[in-house]
Design a protein around this ligand. Structure first.
Ligand code: 5RP
Length: 265
């Protein structure tokens, strides 16, 4: 692995403990002004000190994040359909590698839609992105998205994650499931979990804890942080689980304390 690739990976996964809190705010590429991100900068800028990387689209980066920021960027480079389209799962390349380099990204993220009607298109576009990204030492994060009709179980997620790694992903983002250790054990590259739909803070912290125990290197979490009643308190609590070995209960206590502090300030 070349110096550039190793350097960029070290900006995503902390070399000190091999863990990461990636903050995902890329939702606008198919959802538009998602709840909590109507003014993306207002929500996200206070969270940056507690995130290891920020995952978003080029437009969100340009319009909402000051270029002086030192947060490492993972750029969303797949998309092409909206939530209104019945073929939501038909994604292609939406941002070139040249643009990723111009924006100083440390990584790019691409969704592959294993098992969906258009899986072949998304997988071929993914491997094209991998070839281009590898040429410049840029790691590709594969997002293993799930079709509405597919179950998020260890069998499906192991299949999708292992495929992503074998096709060239340097990191795999997938969903947490029962027997998650099977997904991690059969995937030769680091695995992070998405948060999924907003659930109570305690449950999201429990899921994070279980994922870390099962061998995930961290989270690439969005809605369960920015749609929390207290996003700063929530990212601090998630961080405590990922980097500081907090249990879910300890982290939830931290969330409540931090939330109270914020309400008092
Ligand atoms: C879609 C995505 C999302 O845009 C996002 O990054 C997911 O984050 P979360 O589920 O935690 O809100 O990757 O596949």
């Amino acid at each position: 692995m070349g110096w550039g690739m190793r350097n960029r990976l070290s900006k995503i996964i902390c070399p000190e403990d091999g863990k990461t809190v990636m903050l995902a705010v890329d939702h606008g590429y198919f959802l538009g002004p998602t709840t909590g991100l109507e003014n993306l900068g207002k929500t996200v800028i206070p969270l940056l000190p507690y995130a290891d990387t920020l995952m978003l689209t080029r437009g969100a980066l340009r319009y909402y994040i000051p270029p002086e920021s030192d947060i490492p960027i993972v750029l969303r480079v797949s998309g092409g359909t909206s939530i209104l389209n019945k073929n939501l799962l038909h994604e292609g390349i939406i941002t070139s590698m040249e643009e990723a380099i111009r924006l100083n990204a440390v990584g790019v993220a691409f969704s592959i839609l294993v098992g969906a009607e258009f899986e072949r298109d998304t997988i071929l576009a993914f491997t094209q992105v991998v070839d281009e990204a590898e040429r410049y030492g840029i790691p590709v994060v594969a997002v293993t998205a799930v079709g509405r009709e597919m179950t998020k179980d260890a069998k499906y997620l192991s299949l999708a994650s292992r495929m992503a790694a074998e096709l060239g992903a340097r990191i795999v983002k997938t969903y947490y499931c029962e027997e998650f250790e099977k997904v991690v054990e059969t995937c030769p590259v680091p695995v992070v979990i998405a948060g999924g739909k907003k659930i109570p803070e305690k449950d999201a912290l429990e899921m994070t804890y279980n994922a870390i125990q099962a061998g995930a290197v961290g989270v690439d979490m969005g809605r369960n942080i920015f749609q929390s009643e207290s996003p700063v308190a929530m990212i601090k609590a998630v961080r405590a689980v990922v980097h500081d070995n907090f249990t879910a209960d300890e982290a939830y206590q931290l969330f409540l304390e931090e939330k109270k502090k914020e309400e008092g300030s």
